[in-house]
Design a protein around this ligand. Structure first.
Ligand code: PTT
Ligand code: SF4
Length: 611
């Protein structure tokens, strides 16, 4: 087999046992890599109902056949677990040298299970894997942890670490690398913390297993040159994802004060152009010439990297209009290893609860000092408030009650990312049907929807969502390369079959990859359904009531809200097109068509399946 290393490193943290498992070409082509491998391993190996923070949960780092090669933006690692935040499938994609090194060390995936008795660090160096004493690293932030490991083991070491949030099992703790790459929103950091695994350090020196290295290098070079020549490239290098702030404001979809509104009075002060005036440098992921991490200095004069999502959730959504203050909160999140999106949701939620006098906790919109204190309380689970909010917005609203569930902004327990959907039914449905809960990664349909016309609830929107889920959630998460060259500068999709041919020696078309994407999507859905059994129902795919019941009060779309019947009709149509029944469960024949007969058989032991 070429393209894949064919090896998965199994690391049991309880017994300190290491086993190398081999897989064949059939497994590789059926599941592609990254998200496909992770979903398959979790489905096959996790007993339904496993406590996500127990030693039995699996922590998976997986890559795809293109990961690590000298090709545009191929430095991404997929991290996955059964999520402690949602109880379902959870993953994230993070740019890190660790994935390049993992492939060079000869592995397509690392799978951790068990729990170390003491804090530990796993170090993989080619064929040698060691457990290092992690006690001295416990209670350090991710920055210092990585710095210290690199000092000891060399600057080329790829490091993925948790901070204090992961150690304290904050349900939306993530993992961080290179001081500004953060991923694994649904609590991947919490699972790592539950295993007493502080960090993973990887070094590799082997050649990637390319079928035709000369062709791959040639294509890679052409690919990088093509990216550079794209007309959008220059502006992208200036602002990266930050220009989306202005776009969202102009289109009334910028989440403001806990998604009450889609426009923010302070938008200009936190947008891409304001950022440019403060920008001091630029960072990015390995193997990428688009380097989109914009660095400014924060209120402590420390460097902090800004992205659209981070700035929107820690800015507009909590009523804060000062980029340096937002940068400070962002930097705290990166160092503590906590998801900026969920944290911004949680803080916005509690500001609204305070405004409505539902909690005895005074905190006003835009209160930076209190937001800082609250962040620390959450990360260390201090006091009633910190402890409650460390569990996420769904849990907090269940505790507070008094109709707060209506404006607790999540789907399936995962907090919503940075698009307000009062006026955009397709984007709402994209959140409702995303693989891990409310995430834009599977189908960022809003850009298309705003041009197409947001008022309709029609079939074209459902088709577009499925098309994007195939490309983004399936193909890119399977290949495990960054999707932004395609999304942002127009790098064409037909490059990827060419890359695949040079890497694997096989002709794999885009259509072939979309079939794998559908298989992955069906398996992830089956995983959710198996976890929830008879409690699973279509309400799991509903979005927060606020968008249906409370119209916008500002901006060009003042008075607009989502139509619930329209949303539900689109959801039913989505199920039909996916071959899922009226509850959103794949039918036996859909699973069989995707080669998942064994999944159907198992799933039918948990819920009744339709033929
Ligand atoms: C992703 C989510 C996002 S999506 C952002 S900003 W974005 C937030 N970033 C965080 C951060 O930073 N620090 C932190 N402590 N928490 C954070 N949480 C948030 O996490 C990221 C880029 C971005 S920037 C995006 S859209 C694209 N996402 C990709 C993806 O999902 N898949 C893929 N194949 N390519 C992608 N390319 C882009 O990568 P999650 P990164 Mg992230 C600091 O993981 O869990 O999916 O959440 O990894 O290396 O920082 O790159 O406007
Ligand atoms: Fe990373 Fe940005 Fe490059 Fe994607 S475009 S690989 S997120 S630096």
């Amino acid at each position: 087999m070429q393209g894949w290393t064919g090896k998965i490193l199994r690391i049991n943290l309880t017994k300190k046992k290491i086993v190398t498992q081999e897989f064949d070409a059939n497994f590789a082509q059926t599941w592609l890599g990254g998200r496909g491998f992770a979903a398959k391993i979790l489905w096959d190996e996790l007993k339904p109902g496993t406590n996500a923070l127990s030693p039995e949960n699996k922590l998976i780092f997986s890559t795809g056949p293109l990961t690590g090669a000298s090709l545009p933006s191929s430095g991404k690692l997929l991290v996955a677990v059964k999520s402690p935040l949602t109880g379902g499938y959870g993953d994230g994609s993070i740019g890190t040298w660790a994935c390049v090194m993992m492939r060079k060390a000869g592995y397509d995936a690392l799978v951790f299970d068990g729990r170390s008795q003491e804090p530990t660090i796993v170090k993989v160096e080619d064929d040698k894997t060691e457990f290092l004493d992690g006690k001295d690293y416990w209670n350090l932030g991710t920055f210092e942890t990585e710095k210290s490991l690199k000092k000891q083991y060399g600057s080329v070491t790829g490091v993925v670490a948790i901070g204090q949030a992961g150690e304290n099992m904050v349900k939306y703790a993530n993992v961080v690398s290179q001081e500004g790459r953060g991923g694994g929103r649904p609590g991947i950091g919490a699972v790592m913390g539950s295993k007493n695994l502080k960090a993973v350090a990887i070094k590799g020196t082997k050649e990637l297993p390319a079928a035709d290295m000369t062709e791959l290098k040639k294509l890679g070079l052409e690919g990088y040159r093509t990216v550079l020549a794209e007309p959008n490239y220059k502006f992208w290098k200036r602002q990266g994802t930050m220009s989306t702030i202005e776009w969202s404001q102009e289109n009334s979809v910028l989440p403001t004060c806990n998604y009450k509104e889609g426009v923010f009075d302070g938008a200009d002060a936190i947008g891409g152009f304001a950022m440019e005036k403060l920008k001091v440098s630029q960072r990015g992921c390995p193997q990428c010439n688009m380097t989109c991490g914009n660095v400014i200095t924060d209120t402590d004069n420390e460097p902090a990297e800004l992205d659209y999502e981070n700035v929107t959730l820690l800015g507009a959504n909590i009523g804060l209009d000062d980029l340096k203050k937002i940068a400070h909160l962002n930097r705290l999140c990166d160092n503590y290893g906590v998801d900026t999106i969920s944290l911004g949701n949680v803080i916005g939620f509690i500001m609204e609860a305070s405004e409505k006098k539902l909690v005895d906790y005074p905190i006003e919109w835009g209160d930076f000092e209190k937001a800082k204190v609250l962040t620390e309380d959450i990360v260390y689970r201090k006091g009633n408030m910190g402890t409650m909010l460390a569990e996420g917005v769904r849990h907090a609203s269940e505790k507070i009650g008094k109709d707060s569930q209506k404006w607790a902004m999540h789907v399936k327990g995962l907090e919503i990312t940075a698009y307000d959907c009062h006026t955009t039914p397709a984007m709402a449905l994209a959140y409702g049907t995303a693989a891990s809960g409310a995430h834009h990664k599977d189908a960022w349909v809003i850009g298309w929807e705003v041009k197409y016309g947001r008022e309709s609830y029609d079939e074209a929107k459902v088709d577009k969502i499925i098309e994007l889920q195939r490309i983004r959630g399936g193909m890119f998460e399977g290949l495990t390369t960054c999707r932004l060259p395609w999304v942002e500068v127009g790098f064409k999709l037909d490059w990827y079959p060419k890359f695949m041919k040079a890497m694997t020696g096989i002709n794999i078309t885009l259509e072939d990859m979309y079939t794998v994407a559908d298989r992955i999507y069906a398996l992830i859905r089956a995983f959710w359904v198996r976890e929830f059994g008879n409690k699973w129902n279509r309400n799991m795919d509903m979005v927060p009531a606020r968008w249906f019941t409370e119209p916008l009060t500002k901006g060009a779309f003042k008075g607009t809200k989502l139509d619930q019947t329209g949303y539900e009709n689109m959801l039913q149509l989505y199920y039909k097109k996916r071959g899922w029944d009226q509850r959103g469960i794949p039918t036996k024949s859909t699973l069989a068509t995707l080669g998942l007969q064994d999944v159907a058989q198992q799933l039918s032991q948990h819920v009744q399946l339709n033929p």
